[in-house]
Design a protein around this ligand. Structure first.
Ligand code: NAD
Length: 350
């Protein structure tokens, strides 16, 4: 049996979920946690009985650490990822990889240069229902796609944006936006993963019910490269919060889902009945109003995927390249909202 790989977690907000995920994952062991917030650090060490570091560069000097989960403020991921890669550590980077395509490119260059593996977190892609829906689209069961519509009507109290771990949220500098780049990036990634790349966008943003800098509501129209048209709404203003909803239809079929499949009209009768029996039951979820209500099951799969990639010397399931397009789309929407023009997503790569 190969030895378990030693993981460390940097940043102990959402990072606590990474600790649980590593503890549950096969082939991984939580060796250390790091946070310069002493209270969070002490709690993490107590909870998981591992080593604790207040200084990131001290953690990186520990030669026993194989991989680091980067769970710091979104606009610091490239900086912290590059430091770990240069120290020879493999990476698991939280969503969004970073808040601009240019920064993500820098991280990718250093990952390539150092030869470490870098997995990226988008746990929605690990959910069985989403994997089945992607398979159905890829096999042409919906036919040529026509419409892709997504809403994320969530709620965050003002207190979420305040205090020592809240003040960076909803800022351009560290969050790269608000409801779109932070909460909504999962939805953006999911629709581009399911329906394909986005060619151009037209967006509107505003701050409606919070004291924040960037936006708490974004509405956009999307044109996909395959010709489909779409709409996207992300907000943290909905009282009470509602589930994410995605509706996709093509020439031959369609589906809609919230926390469960609402309907699935594709394939034969047997397939329709099976899909509804497997995925049609609603699960209770508080995720729309409680940021810590995320299950760690998806993260466990990400950790196991990184372990596999390291052992077999293959690419992780979600590479930096694969995780970049969601950030490109979000940045294009913000550019459109700022300029009042339709923006081609490709232009962000120039
Ligand atoms: N996948 C998901 O569903 C999900 C959910 C929530 C948050 N996130 C992502 O996780 C990341 C963190 O979000 P959060 O809500 O936990 O933020 P947070 O502010 O609560 O936590 C970040 C932590 O990193 C620590 N930190 C930052 N720089 C450090 C350094 N140089 N050395 C040591 N510690 C350092 C901070 O002290 C803080 O405790 C963000 O990128 C966010 O988008 C993902």
């Amino acid at each position: 049996m190969p030895r378990e790989l030693n993981f460390a977690v940097l940043g102990l907000g959402m990072g606590i979920h990474h600790c649980h995920a590593i503890a549950e994952a096969k082939g991984a062991r939580l060796a250390a946690v790091c946070d310069h917030d002493k209270a969070r650090l002490n709690e993490g060490v107590k909870m998981f009985g591992c080593e604790g570091y207040a200084k990131y560069d001290e953690l990186l000097k520990n030669n026993d650490i194989d991989a680091v989960c980067i769970v710091t403020e979104s606009g610091l991921h490239t900086k912290h990822g590059i430091m770990a890669a240069r120290a020879g550590k493999h990476l698991l980077v939280e969503k969004p990889v970073d808040i601009t395509p240019a920064r993500i490119k820098k991280l990718r260059e250093v990952v390539e240069e150092t030869g470490v593996k870098c997995g990226c977190v988008f746990q929605s892609r690990t959910e069985p229902v989403n994997l089945r829906l992607k398979q159905a689209i890829d096999k042409g069961k919906l036919g040529k796609l026509i419409g892709v519509h997504a809403q994320l009507p969530w709620y965050r109290a003002q207190s979420y944006y305040e205090g020592s771990h809240g003040a960076w949220k909803g800022t351009w500098k560290l969050d790269g936006g608000g409801s779109l780049m932070n909460q909504g990036i999962h939805t953006v990634d999911l629709i581009q993963w399911l329906a394909g790349p986005v060619e151009s966008v037209c967006g509107f943003t505003g701050v409606f019910s919070h004291k924040i800098e960037a936006e708490d509501q974004t509405v956009a129209i999307l044109k996909f490269e395959n010709g489909a048209l779409g709409t996207l709404v992300t907000t943290t203003c909905t009282i009470p919060d509602q589930s994410q909803r995605i509706l996709i239809y093509g020439e031959k079929g369609s589906f809609a889902k919230t926390d469960a499949l609402e309907f699935y009209e594709a394939g034969g009768k047997k397939e329709r009945q099976q899909m509804m029996a497997w995925y049609g039951k609603k699960k209770a979820s508080k995720i729309g109003s409680d940021p810590m209500a995320v299950s760690s099951a998806g993260h466990t799969k990400h950790v196991e995927d990184l372990v596999r990639a390291i052992r077999r010397n293959t690419e992780p399931g979600i590479t930096i390249d694969s995780a970049t397009h969601a950030v490109e789309i979000a940045c294009a929407i913000f550019k459109s909202a700022k300029t009042g023009r339709t923006v081609k997503v490709n232009d962000l790569r120039k």
